[in-house]
Design a protein around this ligand. Structure first.
Ligand SMILES: Cc1cc2nc3c(=O)[nH]c(=O)nc-3n(C[C@H](O)[C@H](O)[C@H](O)COP(=O)(O)OP(=O)(O)OC[C@H]3O[C@@H](n4cnc5c(N)ncnc54)[C@H](O)[C@@H]3O)c2cc1C
Length: 492
């Protein structure tokens, strides 16, 4: 090799420079500082979700004391803007020298495993030069998130092309969208719609949140009293982070337990909280009484009740109905009502991406992930030296990322110490007869993007070691005790 040519061979390749990829890089260099690694991301910078989403008001819907990393204190308001989250991530990257390992505008196209070499070979498109490069790595750490970043999900509606105004998806928010004094309809009622509607309500003539069915919301002030008190006492920020994190987790546990054991009571309480924020006589039954049970979908937090303030002021309203068709002037609903508008914002969610839409092969054969079984929601049968980070839906994503990172580093240390070069999750004899189930049951969690793409996801068995657990408290207690020598993992 030309001595000026950079080596593209690494011990570990991390795909994705979002919250998870940065977490993986941090843990890897803390626990195995001698391992070489690179982080590849198609975007122009770090942050993933928090870089892609640029719509007005974009913010977290879980608090940053738990969404932030365990190792880096969060010092701002609990619910944070994308910009603040990127500032925080930037500090983590710089403070730990992770920036030197980042390769942005590098899209991984193919990943091929060779058992002869015990290595992954990746075809990576440099999006600056439009040329392909070859990276190799002993271990592939997938931190690619769960949805396609290039564009969001927009259902097909009759008459879509006939609408004469502008249609925008929040995931690809244009710089030149004029909203001042415009009549706007936001389709959807998830966290994105609930964020957007109050953020644009002051500028638009009027904004309507059009939903097919209602969503649960939880609202409260965007501050943490305990954190404020501790700060007033000049307690160290590291302590504040840990104490407030534990307090918030205890509160979340209480809420989760009630939601799971007494769903009707939890539903009534949540709906009553919303009712209290709206003007007397508001039709809460139609617009804010969901048809599913709390925690079957993520509960969107509305900081300072801003969505309800927008509705109370008359600048925003909610319509619960189904779309019959788009018309030149707006949207015709199944009830016969017509919503005239200049701009339609389709806050209709994501398209799931399974492992970054990369073509995987194992020794020349195509790898079909939906035919594999997941090992603890982080590795897959038949797939050597690969893990992914897939966080929690109900609690902060990062809580799981931290646990998975610690486990993966344990595996890597074991391989280093024992001079092993391959680890493959493998079903034991007693597992072979078990029924293969969908990756997550609809009863547990049922948002549209998962239902649409469940057939693409790996399977699980009805055993904790072969499933993707969504219970932070269970995993917090169990995962740290699972040895790298677990009998589901075969090394050589
Ligand atoms: C608007 C919004 C708000 C959210 N708010 C919260 C919240 O408050 N709390 C919470 O817990 N979760 C929230 N989530 C879920 C959120 O996505 C995760 O919490 C978290 O940010 C995911 O981080 P990640 O690094 O795993 O994935 P991502 O943020 O999706 O980053 C993945 C990265 O991988 C890169 N990548 C993917 N495929 C390839 C490839 N083939 N080659 C190269 N690079 C690739 C992408 O470019 C991207 O940068 C939110 C999601 C959205 C969309």
């Amino acid at each position: 090799m030309d001595e000026n040519q950079e080596s593209l061979d690494f011990d570990v390749i991390i795909v994705g420079a979002g919250v998870s990829g940065i977490d993986a890089a941090y843990h890897l260099q803390q626990d195995l500082p001698e391992r070489s690694y690179v982080v590849l991301d198609s975007l122009e910078s770090f942050g993933g979700t928090w870089l892609t989403h640029r719509y007005p008001g974009v913010r977290s819907d879980t608090d940053l004391y738990t969404f932030g990393y365990s190792f880096k204190p969060w010092t701002g308001d609990p619910i944070a803007s994308a910009e603040r989250i990127r500032d925080y991530l930037s500090e983590v990257i710089v403070e730990n020298g992770i920036d030197a390992h980042m390769r942005y505008r590098h899209r991984v196209l193919d990943a091929s495993w060779s058992s002869a070499k015990n290595r992954w070979t990746l075809r990576v498109r440099d999006l600056e030069t439009e040329t392909d490069q070859t990276f190799t790595g002993e271990f592939l750490w997938m931190c690619q998130g769960y949805y396609k970043h290039a564009e969001g999900y927009t259902p097909e509606w009759p008459g879509f092309e006939s609408f004469e105004g502008r249609v925008v998806h929040p995931q690809t928010w244009p710089d030149d969208l004029e909203l001042d004094d415009r009549e706007v309809v936001v389709i959807g009622s998830g966290a994105t719609a609930a964020t957007l509607v109050p953020a644009i309500a002051q500028r638009c003539r009027h904004v309507t949140m059009l939903q097919r069915s209602p969503t649960y919301f939880f609202s409260g002030p965007n501050r943490d009293e305990l954190a404020d008190q501790l700060r007033a006492l000049e307690i160290d920020e590291e302590w504040i982070h840990e104490i407030v994190r534990r307090n918030r987790l205890a509160q979340l546990k209480m809420l989760t337990d009630v939601a799971l054991s007494e769903p009707e009571f939890a539903a009534t309480e949540l709906i009553n909280l919303v009712r209290a924020e709206l003007p007397g006589g508001y039709d809460v039954e139609t617009h804010f009484t969901p048809r599913y049970r709390p925690w079957q979908q993520r509960i969107a937090f509305v900081p300072d009740g801003d969505l309800f303030k927008g509705i109370s002021s008359g600048r925003a309203s909610v319509v619960t109905d189904e779309i019959e068709r788009f018309t030149p002037g707006g949207i015709k609903l199944k009830s016969g009502q017509e919503l005239g508008c200049d701009v339609i914002i389709t806050a209709t969610g994501f398209d799931l991406s399974v492992l970054g839409d990369i073509n995987f092969t194992i020794d020349g054969d195509d790898l079909v992930f939906s035919e594999q079984v997941t090992y603890r929601g982080m590795m897959f049968t038949g797939v050597p030296n690969l893990c992914w980070i897939f966080g929690y839906f109900r609690a902060a994503w990062t809580l799981r990322a931290d646990l998975v990172c610690a486990f993966v580093c344990r595996i890597l240390k074991h391989m280093r110490d024992e001079d092993l070069h391959r680890v493959v999750p493998t079903l034991r004899d007693a597992d072979l007869a078990e029924a293969r189930l969908d990756w997550i049951s609809e009863e547990q969690f049922n948002p549209g993007y998962l239902q649409r793409s469940m057939h693409l996801m790996p399977k699980r068995l009805a055993k904790p070691e072969w499933g993707h657990n969504q219970d932070y408290w269970y995993e917090r207690d169990v995962l740290p005790g699972v040895p790298a020598t677990d009998d589901c993992l075969v090394y050589d």
